[in-house]
Design a protein around this ligand. Structure first.
Ligand code: FE
Length: 236
């Protein structure tokens, strides 16, 4: 229905949507000015997803509470904590690290983390002279069993394109400054292969337990846009 109570036909809807999209352009340009998104119109995938969900619920094929539970599980319960435990284990157990870097999937499965979007895992190790960065240039492929659901920026067009064109610049925007002599490797995820970055263990953590180490590991460090920071006030 329109504001004046008349029903809105498809043509009218399209006209309105076009106008709204045009209005969104200055907002996008503005976003480029100071680095965050103002989106007036929901993105196409968001609209499509909403439409699909509404239809499936309406036809009784899907329970919205079940959808909420799945999203909650991946966003909050699994999140990146599984990946953090994998990293911490690799830091304290060199034989495990060797297995992990040789063939990620089975080594990750040793800790019980298996499932969709994690069938073929490749683990790439950061060193003082090599930094790995993960992207999915096509869409948003991401290792769900170890990192949960991808953050919004990971799915954004600017990250997907700029991570390969200017990885050093992207890293700088995330606050990660790398020396010129550090090589950066960018890994493009696919429907078949998902990557997990094994970040460097920070200095000053020699006496920390595996559990304490896992608590230091962030999602961003396992995507490769950040390093793992040394603990505040660190343990000697
Ligand atoms: Fe993808």
């Amino acid at each position: 229905m329109t504001d004046d109570g008349k029903s809105l036909d498809r043509r009218g809807f399209l006209k309105r949507a076009t106008g709204a999209a045009a209005a969104a352009v200055p907002a996008e340009m503005h976003a480029q000015d100071h680095g965050h998104d103002h989106q007036v119109v929901p993105s196409d995938p968001a609209l499509r997803t909403k439409a699909l969900e509404s239809l499936l619920v309406e036809k009784g094929l899907v329970d919205p509470a079940a959808l909420d539970a799945i999203v909650d599980t991946y966003e909050n319960k699994i999140g990146p904590r599984n990946g953090a435990r994998v990293v911490a284990r690799a830091w304290v157990d060199s034989a495990y690290k060797e297995r992990l870097c040789a063939d990620g999937g089975p080594a990750i499965a040793e800790l019980g983390y298996v499932g969709a979007q994690g069938e073929h895992m490749v683990v790439v190790e950061n060193t003082p002279k090599l930094h790995n960065l993960v992207v999915c240039t096509l869409c948003s492929c991401y290792p769900w069993p170890v990192l949960g659901l991808p953050p919004v920026w990971y799915k954004s067009a600017p990250y997907r394109s700029r991570a390969v064109i200017d990885p050093r610049g992207v890293l700088r925007e995330f606050g990660t400054e790398l020396a010129d002599d550090v090589e950066i490797r960018v890994w493009d995820s696919t429907a078949e292969i998902r990557y997990l970055v094994l970040p460097e263990r920070p200095a000053g953590t020699d006496k920390m337990s595996e559990e304490e180490l896992a608590a230091l590991v962030t999602r961003d460090s396992m995507i490769g846009v950040a390093k793992v920071a040394a603990p505040r006030g660190g343990k000697p």
